[in-house]
Design a protein around this ligand. Structure first.
Ligand SMILES: Cc1cc2nc3c(=O)[nH]c(=O)nc-3n(C[C@H](O)[C@H](O)[C@H](O)COP(=O)(O)OP(=O)(O)OC[C@H]3O[C@@H](n4cnc5c(N)ncnc54)[C@H](O)[C@@H]3O)c2cc1C
Length: 385
């Protein structure tokens, strides 16, 4: 009983420390954003700060030196951490979100010795990533001796050239999709195509793994575990949390601009600020609700539908906040080095997430095929406090 009490107290103080550290790092990341807004940039100092403050280990269970951020009662703290980092720097938030995603997959599907090994690596300061996006035929795994040989490349791989142990998806000759964590030290990295409108500092390049060998100890889980529901879709709340942080930052920047320009009292400006505040709070409410529901013990299909709606609600809130900020601030918001100019590009770019139409239609289809009233569906969903 005393041990349990100590563990709970330790988890809760570690989570509070993680949130405080995320806010601290976000504040300094905000200051270096402008200089990192160039092709090929990467927030190396900020990632080091994440490691030094224990944030790379924080998603791990407390017994492995983490703060249990991926556990059911750590979800609120994780939402606060992700949104704080996203508010400071969207590229850093993207990188940290990928790290958390990779640890979640390793904890869910890895063997205990793999979990322990990668837990040790994240405590040592390694940043992980999940690289799934590819052009067909993508990355393949061919049997070679007792292990495997990789062929093919990933694209839009955040942290390309900086992440040593990415979790990638690859298909075997038999057609099974597997998760693999190769040592990417000898992979061929090409950042030349990442000439992006925004999110320049996320180093989201192409990585060719051809001819790298991997052993069975690098394979995480079994065939198609990567797409296993509800985890595959419910994890989307985490990128929405990073996006929400940026939407809130955009509001703060627009408000500060209007106050400084002595234009905030104008009724049109006030109306737009009010509308933008509604968009920000809508995003926040969806994110925090989706964070807890992603751990719900109710109908998993309801959790998936809820998170699909949440990511689109946050996308809509972001688009609306951008439009309102641009209209309110005017041309100044499009001139470098105004922080809204960069944030607008970063946010517009990071709002692009895979298959938004499909996510909306899947959620709508869940509702169409349910006989229950919509209020009952969400009210009955078991969401912890
Ligand atoms: C900054 C940044 C970092 C990233 N980092 C990573 C990373 O580390 N790892 C990784 O794996 N990926 C990464 N990605 C890629 C990301 O996960 C998505 O794959 C990408 O953003 C999808 O963008 P898209 O708008 O082209 O999506 P799409 O899914 O192609 O959607 C574009 C439009 O087409 C529609 N559409 C989609 N499929 C179809 C279809 N079959 N038929 C008709 N219409 C369709 C969609 O609904 C949407 O309207 C990153 C992306 C960004 C922006």
């Amino acid at each position: 009983m005393t041990q349990l009490h100590d563990d709970l107290a330790s988890a809760s103080s570690r989570r509070a420390a993680a949130v405080a550290a995320a806010r601290l790092i976000a504040a300094s990341a905000r200051r270096t954003q402008q200089e990192l807004d160039v092709d090929g940039a990467f927030p190396a100092a900020e990632v080091r700060a994440l490691a030094e403050h224990g944030l790379l280990a924080a998603p791990l269970p407390v017994r492995w030196g983490g703060a249990g951020l991926l556990e059911r009662d750590g979800s609120k703290a994780l939402a606060l951490v992700l949104s704080a980092i996203g508010a400071g720097s969207l590229p850093l938030g993207r990188l940290y979100e990928g790290h958390v995603n990779a640890i979640g997959l390793i904890l869910a599907y890895g063997r205990i010795e793999q979990q322990e090994m990668f837990a040790a690596k994240s405590r040592e300061g390694h940043l992980f990533a999940v690289w799934n996006t590819q052009r067909e035929p993508g990355v393949r795994l061919a049997a070679q001796g007792a292990g495997w040989r990789l062929q093919g490349a990933k694209i839009f791989a955040s942290g390309a050239g900086f992440v040593r142990y990415p979790l990638i998806t690859a298909r075997t000759e038999a057609g099974d999709l597997l998760m693999v964590i190769p040592d990417a030290a000898n992979a061929r990295v090409d950042l030349s195509q990442w000439r992006a409108h925004g999110m320049r500092a996320s180093a989201s390049g192409a990585v060719d793994f051809s001819d790298l060998g991997v052993g069975d100890d690098s394979i995480i889980g079994g065939p198609d575990d990567f797409h296993r529901q509800p985890m595959f879709s419910t994890g989307a709340w985490r990128f929405a949390a990073v996006q929400y942080g940026a939407v809130a930052s955009l509001f703060d920047l627009a408000r500060a601009h209007l106050v400084k320009a002595d234009r905030a009292g104008d009724p049109h400006q006030l109306a737009r600020l009010g509308a933008a505040a509604i968009a920000v709070e809508t995003a926040r409410l969806w994110v925090f609700e989706a964070a807890t529901r992603s751990h719900g013990s109710g109908d998993p299909a309801a959790s998936v539908a809820y998170v699909n709606l949440a990511r689109l609600a946050v996308e809509r809130a972001g688009l609306e906040a951008l439009e309102l900020a641009h209209r309110s601030v005017g041309l100044a918001a499009f001139l470098r080095p105004h922080p809204i100019e960069r944030l607008s590009r970063d946010l517009a770019t990071y709002l692009r997430q895979p298959a938004p139409d499909e996510a909306l239609c899947e959620a709508a289809n869940f509702l169409v095929t349910s006989p229950r009233p919509i209020a009952e569906i969400w009210e009955n969903e078991d969401a912890p406090d």
